[in-house]
Design a binder for this molecule. Structure first.
Ligand code: ADP
Length: 190
């Protein structure tokens, strides 16, 4: 199955994506994880990414599209994949469509984890204290949410138009959310 997991920062996307990919036995491709890894290893990409990430800004589309194009070309992605953190702009969504189309593929399902803004800020600030992520200060969190609303949220309407969007309530415990996600995926397979 080929999936894109959508949702604002703090919605629990990463946690749910990891679990679902494992259950479906497909690679979980997280741009956030890839970029944090590149920063930790101080690669060229990492040095480039650091400034954007610490401000809550997005990296240029061509950089991200290049990375994800390479990742999706790996043989382990042939039977399916779960994208987490990509696409994040309409330009990225269009690039992904073209990439998939060129190999006769298309997305099967785009779950959208929906969580209200107040709850998001609360969760992100809590995580900032626990994990000390460099991009989890209050100003940067607000910037990330702003960018999500302006650049990423429109993808929901786009994927709804393609008939692949499925909105899932992201409130509740991680197990509760996962159950909802799982039933949407099962319905898709059936
Ligand atoms: P969040 O927890 O806010 O959803 P991620 O862990 O997915 O964030 O990504 C962290 C940061 O990495 C983003 O704020 C952005 O700077 C960069 N990034 C991740 N994915 C993309 C993308 N598809 N396009 C541009 N920048 C990205």
């Amino acid at each position: 199955m080929k999936l894109v997991m959508l949702g604002p920062p703090g919605a629990g996307k990463g946690t749910q994506a990891k679990r679902l990919a494992k259950a479906l036995d497909i690679p979980h491709l997280s741009t956030g994880d890839m970029l944090r890894d590149a920063v930790a290893r101080a690669t060229d990409l990492g040095r480039q990414a650091e400034g954007y990430m610490s401000k809550g800004e997005l990296l240029p589309d061509d950089v991200i599209v290049g990375i994800m194009g390479d990742a999706l070309a790996e043989s382990r992605c042939v039977k399916g994949f779960l994208l987490d953190g990509f696409p994040r702009t309409m330009a990225q969504a269009e690039a992904l469509d073209q990439l998939l189309e060129s190999r006769g593929d298309r997305l099967d399902l785009v779950p959208l984890l929906a969580v209200g803004e107040e709850e998001l800020v609360k969760r992100l600030l809590g995580r900032a204290r626990l994990e000390g992520r460099a991009d989890d200060t209050e100003d940067v969190i607000r910037r990330r949410l702003e960018i999500y609303t302006a650049q990423t949220k429109p993808l929901a309407a786009y994927y709804r138009g393609c008939g692949v969007l499925s909105e899932i309530a992201g409130e509740g415990t991680p197990d509760e959310v996962y159950e909802r996600l799982e039933s949407v995926v099962k319905a898709q397979v059936a």
